[in-house]
Write a protein that binds this ligand. Structure first.
Ligand SMILES: [Zn+2]
Ligand SMILES: [Zn+2]
Length: 478
């Protein structure tokens, strides 16, 4: 289970998940400031400490938000996917976000693996096919789920689609939303009796309780889990008849894999593909996981139900014998000039465009410095530019040639060089997965750099993305 890895490092493998963005739009810098840069910085820092890390990234093609976007734009859905996928990959490259495994749902091997694993779970009786009531639109006939349904969260009353609640991070579906209706045509829901594979999360409560106790969860995640400690856990249909998603075969022919099921299974598939590429069955993939110590999810607060409840339950159902949740690093929303990012109002700074014109090292440092982890923070062009003016000379030349500008009655007080080592240590400790705090790390690093110390530090390399993208699995890196 432990022992020297291929590069001489020791210890079990830590899986770090960079969430797969849905290809219904490009990434904006709010996304980067949340999970995307943080996961890359944490991966680089862990690797530099000699830890065995496996970083998963990818794109998400199968939420029906993608088809809805194409219909709203009257565009060809395949062309739309290709365009957004290209823009997302360009953003990753320009932001220097690396990975060991890229999960691409348009690859045949991936699709076969996901449908195959779900089929095995049904055939071996772990996930039985049960009579279930879903809902369809009485007017247009679509199965109401994800972007196709809109209503109010039963817990906090926030408006939500049938995926999760942005207000409280809980689970939502057409079956539990208050006042649900068809998001496409406004039609009312009509019960639809089906026989579909259902994961009864209550059956996994003991295991989930172990996962919840063993992992490090931020306070806001814990408050969602606190609700689930007493409230019943939902039954989750893993596949059903609809018009978008990976097509099932065998006993599930005619259904499509629900996209959160797909994501949950992709977190089993991705590490197995890296650790044991020949693994082709559920059991072989579970065996590959013998080397994995834990999983860290980087994600937005509103996905708490998925990374802290559903995905660990899917791994347990798949046969992983012990809990592997290690923790989560979460973020709140990032604002742009005081308002929410909005694609429909074109109130956004697209990451691939912004990074084409800007120094990626300064963009990474600023978005980490301003990271919306403890509260919603606000990107302003004025603060970005002020940051660049201040930080660029520190990156370029070590100590400032001239004293910083200060009001006339205050003398310039740069950091005493005797404190530089403590600042650097603070920066590097803040980049550990436990207590990860990129905003603190940037502050401490810049203080050290102002004395001419730290130009060759792990903190500088991890935060700016200097050096090789990925050390662990060069065959998959770019
Ligand atoms: Zn409808
Ligand atoms: Zn809610």
């Amino acid at each position: 289970m432990t022992g020297p890895g291929p590069t001489g490092v020791t210890g079990g493998v830590t899986v770090i998940v960079i969430p797969q963005p849905t290809v219904n739009g490009p990434l904006h810098i709010g996304h980067l400031s949340g999970p995307y840069l943080a996961a890359d910085v944490a991966s680089r820092a862990a690797r530099a400490r000699g830890e065995r890390v496996l970083t998963l990234a990818g794109v998400d093609v199968h939420p029906n938000y993608v088809l809805t976007k194409a219909e709203n734009l009257d565009a060809d859905v395949d062309e739309l996917i290709a365009t957004y996928k290209g823009q997302i990959r360009t953003a990753f490259e320009r932001a220097r976000i690396g990975w060991d495994v890229f999960l691409d749902p348009q690859e045949e091997d991936y699709r076969r693996a996901i449908a195959g694993m779900l089929g095995e779970l049904v055939e071996n009786g772990t996930v039985p096919v049960r009579p279930t009531t879903l809902h369809q639109c009485a007017d247009c006939g679509r199965t109401l789920h994800h972007s196709y349904v809109v209503g109010k969260c039963p817990v906090c009353g926030t408006g939500a689609n049938g995926t999760s609640c942005e207000g409280c991070g809980g689970f939502t579906s057409a079956q539990v939303l208050l006042d649900p209706s068809c998001a496409r045509c406004g039609g009312p829901p009509r019960p639809m009796a089906v026989e579909v594979p259902v994961l009864r999360l209550e059956d996994y409560r003991d295991r989930l309780t172990t996962e919840w106790l063993r992992a490090e969860w931020p306070t806001r995640v814990r408050s969602v889990l606190q609700q689930y400690r007493t409230a019943p856990l939902p039954d989750v249909p893993l596949a059903y008849p609809t018009n978008w998603g990976i097509e099932c075969d065998g006993p599930l022919a005619g259904m499509r894999v629900d996209f959160p099921t797909e994501l949950g299974l992709s977190y089993l598939y991705g590490p197995a593909r890296a650790l044991r590429p020949e693994a082709a069955t559920l059991a072989e993939r579970i065996e590959a996981w013998a080397e994995v110590d834990g999983v860290w999810h980087f994600n937005g607060m509103d996905n708490t139900f998925y990374f802290a409840v559903l995905y660990p339950a899917i791994l347990a159902a798949a046969g992983l014998p012990t809990a592997r949740a290690a923790g989560a690093v979460v973020n709140e929303l990032y604002l742009l000039e005081g308002q929410k990012f909005s694609t429909s109002r074109n109130h956004a700074l697209w990451a691939h465009e912004f990074l084409a014109a800007e120094d990626p090292e300064l963009v990474r440092l600023f978005l980490c410095w301003d990271r919306p982890d403890r509260y919603e923070s606000d990107f302003t062009m004025a603060s970005y530019q002020a940051f660049c003016e201040w930080a660029r000379p520190l990156l370029d030349r070590g100590p400032l040639a001239a004293a910083p500008v200060t009001p006339p009655d205050l003398p310039a007080r740069p950091l005493p060089p005797a404190l530089a080592a403590a600042e650097l240590e603070r920066a590097e400790r803040a980049l550990q997965l436990t207590g990860f705090d990129a905003a603190l790390a940037v502050r401490a690093l810049l203080a050290a750099l102002s004395t001419g110390t730290g130009a060759d530090s792990v903190a500088l390399a991890a935060l700016t993305g200097r050096g090789s993208v990925i050390a662990g699995h060069p065959a998959e890196s770019r």
